[in-house]
Each structure stands twice: as structure tokens, then as C-alpha cells.
Design a protein around this ligand. Sequence first.
Ligand code: ATP
Ligand code: MG
Length: 330
Amino acid sequence: DTPVVSVRDLRVYYGTPKGPARAVDRVSLDIRAGETLGVVGESGSGKSTLGRGILGLLPEGTGLAGEVLYQGQNLVGLPKDELRKMRGPELGLIFQEPMTRLNPLLRIQEHFEETLRQHHPKLTKDEIRKRALNALGRTGIPPTRYKQYPHEFSGGMRQRIMIALALVLEPTLLIADEPTTALDVIVEAQIIRLLADLKRTSGTAVMLITHNLGIVAEACDRVAVMYGGKIVEEGNARQVFADPQHPYTRELLASTIALETRELHTIPGVPPSLITPPPGCLFHPRCPDAMKICAALAPPEEHLEGRRRVQCWRHAAPGGIPAGQDAPLE
Ligand code: ATP
Ligand code: MG
């Protein structure tokens, strides 16, 4: 089956006074219908930039190159108003912060009417109400609150209303960037289950950006691990968590487990500069397994069994590392 979205060699460069920052650097990925891809990685690794890049929602002047193939059409370079038309019914998004805000002057009902009429002008008020109450119900907002104003809801409830507004259009591709960070754990679990249901009931392709590996384990089929703007490992979520192949993934998992057991395990060192990145593998200065070659050359991407891939010299094909270059890095 063909992917709903195929990202090829996507690059996003932010202009900064010190030069371009490569926040997303040659990222490729596919998401199929009914599939949920989790995107994880430390703060600053480029997760949100990737999500915004795919939807064409980057600040004016940001460098964008590569391809985002959505149903055969490249979204990179598409005129802004064409992209705007696709957002909502085709490309859905849920962001943690602003961008999409509730209007304090409008009732919840009016938000749904506006959203649905924009894309389905023929719907009657009754049909709109039915769809809206269904979407709200799925996020745990009772129908009795349909006529209320945003200020009458808690922050967590407003976030759920935002989610319902994205879901009501049944988008083909949904990108959710930390959608549950503001919510308590019970509501969070409910939303995560909802996103998991969505792919079954509507066949939506979902990209779920999160810090929380537990959420990925629960709700995602696949996981992409980002480091310094690159996907360093990608594969079936269960397989990646059970048997991580990239040292960074291993460290990331260890630090999560440590959080749960309250033991101290943080990844030593700091994330790389995106403006003046280190030579070779971006992770080599922090990598417990680094070899000489890692400090000199960027690793090739190796494809492993079962739609899995990893960018690490430890997986280079036999003979792929010149003699002596596999010695430990001092
Ligand atoms: P977090 O987990 O904290 O949300 P993230 O993985 O989503 O982090 P991004 O927000 O995509 O990371 O940021 C990637 C890099 O790009 C960071 O170094 C960030 O400082 C930089 N960056 C983000 N937005 C801009 C911008 N508008 N101008 C310049 N640099 C930016
Ligand atoms: Mg982010």
C-alpha cells in the first residue's frame, strides 16, 4: 500500500545571526494509512520543525528543501493558499501552543459551525451539531457544554476542544505535536487511546510528536528517533524499544527508565550545535561506542530487516570501515 505521505530529503534551515541552523537535515519518512508514527528525541532535536515543515507552517524566510509527497503531490513549494485549503480536511494539526486558538468571543458551538462550514458548506445545523457532539464526546466533553464559551473551560478541556476541532474534519494526515503535555495523566491516557482509535476507525495517518516514550509504546506502530535534525533510527516501535540499534536510542531509553525508577541516568554531554555541527556522526562526542571513523565521517544509513533503519557506523556493512578506523575513539 502506498504511503499517505512520503517525506524525502527534507531540509529546514532557520536563518540566525550566526548563520543557518540546520534544524531538519535530510529527513526521509513514510506514513501509511492507519499508521501512527511516533517522533521522539531530546528538546531541540527538530521534532516540531519537522512537523511544521511537512505542513508548510514555518516562519517566513525559513529555508525549506526536499519533498513532501502527499497523494502524489509535492507540498514543498505549493502556493500558500493551496496549502491553506488542504489544512483541516486533509492535513490536520494539533499543536500544544497558539497557532490555532479558540476565539474567546465565540461559543464552542460556533467554533464547530465555522470549521465545518468552511470545508463542508452544505451541512445543515443539525448535521453539524451531530458531528461536533460526536467529536467532543470522543475527547470527553459532554454535550451539555456545547453552548459555552472558552473561558468556562479549564486549560485541559480547551486543549481537548482543540483536538475535537481537528478530529471533526476527519483529516487524512494528522500531525499532533505534544498534544497532551498540558493534560493530566488520566485525560492524557484518554486522548492517546482516542488517537489510537482514530487510525482504526478513519484510517488516518498520524504523526505523534512527544517527549514521552511511554505514549509511543502505547499508541504508535512505528517510531522515529531524532537527533540533531536527523532521524538516526526508525522502525517498528516494539522492536526499537525491545532492541534499540542506535546508541542514542539506547541512552534515551535508559534515561526514561531511570526517570521511572528515580535513578539517575542522563545522557552525558549536550545536543550538537545546528549551526556549527561536529564533523562525522553528530552523536559521536556523547557516544559510549564511538570509533575513530565516527569523528571523521557521517555514518551511512543501513536498512535492517523489517522496515528498520539506522544511521550508525556500528552497522556498516562488512568491509565498510577502513582498517584501523574501527578502533575506539579516545
Ligand atoms: P522540543 O522538544 O523542545 O519541542 P523540538 O525537537 O521540537 O524541541 P524544534 O522546536 O524543532 O525542536 O527546534 C529545533 C532547533 O531549531 C532548535 O535548536 C531551535 O532552537 C531551533 N529553532 C526553532 N525555531 C526556530 C526559529 N524560528 N528560528 C531559529 N531557530 C529556531
Ligand atoms: Mg517541539
